[in-house]
Structure formats: C-alpha cells, structure tokens
Design a protein around this ligand. Structure first.
Ligand SMILES: [Zn+2]
Ligand SMILES: [Zn+2]
Length: 155
C-alpha cells in the first residue's frame, strides 16, 4: 500500500488520507498500524476513520490488509518450521553467492550458530525458491549426490 502525499498550505509535503479511489486527499491524518504488523503504517483522516465501513476495511478479515494476514501467517509458519528443523540438527540456507565456474556457494546455519558451506550447480540452487526453508539434505536430494564442502564465508 503506497502513501499518498500532498502539499499543505504551508508548502510542505504531508501525508494525505488514502481512502477513496485517489485518496480523499484530506490532510491532518492519523497514523494507523497494520493489524498484522506486516506492512508500513498508513494514514487515514479522522472523517474517514469515523465511518464504520472504512474502519472495517482495515480491521476486518478480507479487508485491505488481507495479503498482510496471509503473508504474516506464512512467515510465522516458516519460522516455526525453521526452528523445528534447527532443533532436529538441520542447517538452513542463510546466504548464497554465485561463483560461476564453481557453481553457487551456499552457507547454511543451524542450532547455536553452527555453520557449513556447500557448492552446488545453479540449477540445484534454483530448485528451492528464496524465502523457503532449505537444508543441505534438501539440496542433496535435488542434486542426487553429496555436495562438495565449501568455506563458511565467501571471502
Ligand atoms: Zn498491512
Ligand atoms: Zn479521508
């Protein structure tokens, strides 16, 4: 959700109310937080906020912040899954650097900050999308072989 700004009478750029197709454009807005703590804060003027249907847009399921709810749920789920994986001794992908000839150098981190590095072909690396928990075992399954060891830092 982008901010709508306007120029106030004193010539300063200020936040305008974002209700309506192009924003109702009133200034003197109140700052509100995303109900799911996901997106940036947003600005709605007092007159709009006083309308129950407007307020519902922001606070109800399926409203303006529905994608925030979906994203924050997915994020929380991924976090819980990551904790469980680390607890059970797996190391998770934390960083990667494409080194062309050697393939992608990937660094993994597990419980108590234990680290490991592996080299893998780009096609193997691309097999697990960014933002997904990825373990060394997941990549070895994709590669169909044991991956060669790499340093735990890029340089
Ligand atoms: Zn939001
Ligand atoms: Zn308004």
């Amino acid at each position: 959700m982008g901010f709508i700004t306007t120029v106030s009478r004193s010539g300063r750029e200020v936040f305008a109310c974002e209700i309506g197709k192009d924003g109702c454009a009133r200034t003197g807005c109140t700052k509100h937080r995303c109900p799911y703590g996901w997106c940036q804060r947003y600005y709605v003027c007092k007159a709009c906020w006083a309308k129950p249907d407007v307020k519902a847009l922001f606070t109800k399921r399926g409203g303006k912040h529905e994608t925030c709810r979906v994203n924050s749920d997915a994020y929380r789920k991924r976090d819980i899954e990551a904790d469980a994986l680390r607890e059970s001794g797996h190391l998770l992908r934390v960083a990667a650097l494409n080194k062309d000839k050697k393939g992608v150098h990937v660094i993994f981190r597990g419980k108590d900050g234990v680290e490991a590095g592996r080299y893998m072909p780009k096609s193997v690396y691309d097999g697990i999308p960014i933002g997904t928990n990825a373990t060394i075992e997941d990549y070895e399954k994709i590669a169909g072989c044991v991956l060669s060891t790499a340093p735990t830092s890029f340089y």
